[in-house]
Design a binder for this molecule. Structure first.
Ligand SMILES: Nc1ncnc2c1ncn2[C@@H]1O[C@H](COP(=O)(O)OP(=O)(O)OP(=O)(O)O)[C@@H](O)[C@H]1O
Ligand SMILES: [Mg+2]
Length: 467
């Protein structure tokens, strides 16, 4: 068994093919040559009956006239007629033969049974046997049979060789794509993630090659985004950490006064760093499908009221109006209240950042079809370009490049919102308002039985808007 495991796939298939071909041509050869032999013997026997019928009649007349076989041999000799028979009497003793040495010999009972009976007045007076005996044949017949056997033999070899050539061709068709896949898989394992295989057929092997390429592509994409992510994380952490380091060195060297405002600035930087780390952890949990959600009947109205009570006031200070619109009869959704609030705060944080003084932020919730409630946060800011509309939910994506690395966020807020909404089975998307400004919408599933108010939802410890 172990030896078999070490033998290559092509060798196994080739050996199987060779065995099948050898067996089928060998058996075919045997079967056909046996059939030819048998058919030939049958043919000879029929021939004998046809030829012998006349002789039997003549012999029977002779016996009837003479009353015995005496003088028959001499008569046949004189007439020089071909007589390819043995004439034997009832006991099997040869009376007449083309070979005079056989006269007086006894033939076997099997041979005797094959003979044609010569009868006179209903009584068997002798038997006529073919000479040479069946099934062995005369030189002509043997030459014919030899020619047939040789032709059969050659045909068998040609068929076997053709079968083997076809088998090798077929095997190459089978193993070449597998070998290419093997080489590509090894190169990918060695780190060349750009390696792909050519898809040359539309059969199962072609599908395998397509699946392999798709797998390699997603591996490459995952590797690229992992590298990008690490680079982004390092970059995002460097900025606040450098600021804290510079601040601490300044305090140590006496360049910076140990005044409360300096400590507050340093504290802000440290908060920024820990917020970034918390965000990343949240995203890692979402990736692993391990976000903990306390799903329950969640009423959106109190959440929005709380938001109005806190952020609304701060927005007013910046001359931005916050309008919240929720129908009285809005059904509760199946959600974790803290997480929903976290999503809304993320969206509001962005909206407030982009809404100029005198602008409005419009928050609304309404039924979307029979199964969902849609919450929208719309602003009167600059809106989003068509590229941003697609990419704003990407990690570390910031449409406003000038803000990158500055005082703004890391570009993680929307990707966290997306992960949270999707973990609830909902959908989140962005669009521009015809009148100007951006709109972010997300849906949550309506609680099946409805009715109850969510117990224990409180303002989450999630991200606070940077107002
Ligand atoms: N209401 C909006 N109007 C215009 N652009 C927006 C709006 N909301 C988001 N964006 C763009 O989408 C980008 C990604 O937003 P996201 O909330 O993910 O990151 P961030 O706000 O920059 O940082 P973070 O949320 O991590 O503090 C933003 O940098 C901004 O360019
Ligand atoms: Mg944000």
């Amino acid at each position: 068994m172990n030896v078999l495991r070490r033998v290559s796939f092509s060798t196994k298939v080739l050996v199987s093919f060779t065995l099948i071909i050898a067996l089928s041509t060998g058996l075919g050869y045997l079967f056909i040559s046996r059939s030819v032999d048998r058919a030939f013997a049958d043919f000879s026997r029929r021939n004998l009956r046809n030829q012998g019928a006349v002789s039997v009649q003549l012999l029977s007349d002779y016996y009837a006239r003479q009353g015995s076989w005496a003088g028959l041999e001499l008569l046949l000799l004189r007439s020089r007629l071909p007589f390819p028979f043995l004439l034997v009497d009832q006991s099997g003793t040869v009376l007449v033969s083309p070979d005079p040495r056989r006269v007086g010999e006894r033939v076997s009972s099997k041979e005797l049974a094959e003979g044609l009976s010569v009868e006179v007045g209903g009584e068997v007076v002798g038997r006529l046997l073919p000479e040479p005996p069946l099934p062995s044949q005369g030189p002509l017949e043997q030459r014919f049979l030899r020619a047939v056997t040789r032709a059969l033999f050659i045909t068998a070899w040609v068929a076997a060789a053709a079968g083997l050539v076809l088998a090798v061709l077929l095997l190459r068709q089978l193993t070449d794509p597998l070998k290419r896949l093997d080489v590509a898989a090894r190169e990918i394992a060695r780190g060349d993630l750009a390696k792909r295989v050519a898809v040359q057929s539309r059969d199962e092997l072609g599908h395998l090659a397509e699946s392999f390429n798709a797998m390699a592509a997603s591996l490459e994409k995952a590797e690229t985004s992992k590298r990008q992510m690490i680079a982004d994380v390092a970059h995002e952490l460097r900025t606040p950490i450098s600021a804290v380091r510079a601040g601490l060195e300044g305090l140590r060297d006496g360049v910076l006064q140990p005044a409360p405002e300096n400590f507050a600035a340093l504290h802000d930087r440290v908060l920024l760093t820990s917020r970034l780390v918390a965000d990343l952890q949240e995203l890692a949990l979402a990736d692993a499908g391990a976000l903990s959600l306390r799903l329950e009947a969640c009423d959106l109205r109190p959440i929005l009221e709380r938001i109005r009570a806190t952020i609304g006031v701060e927005l007013e200070d910046e001359s931005v109006t916050l309008v919240i619109e929720v129908p009285e009869d809005l059904l509760p959704v199946e959600a974790d209240g803290q997480r929903v609030e976290q999503v809304m705060l993320n969206l509001l944080s962005n909206a407030s950042r982009y809404t100029p003084a005198g602008g409005t932020i419009h928050v609304s919730a309404a039924r979307e079809g029979s199964q969902f409630v849609r919450t929208s946060v719309c602003d009167t800011g600059p809106g989003l370009s068509s590229e941003d509309l697609v990419r704003v939910f990407d990690r570390f994506y910031r449409a406003d490049k000038a803000r990158a690395g500055g005082s703004g966020g890391a570009g993680l807020g929307l990707s966290i919102a997306k992960a949270l909404v999707e973990a609830h089975g909902g959908r989140i998307w962005a669009e521009n308002r015809p009148a100007g400004g951006a709109c972010f919408h997300f849906t949550l599933r309506v609680r099946a039985e409805g009715g109850q108010r969510a117990g224990g939802t409180r303002l989450g410890e999630g991200r606070r808007p940077a107002l």
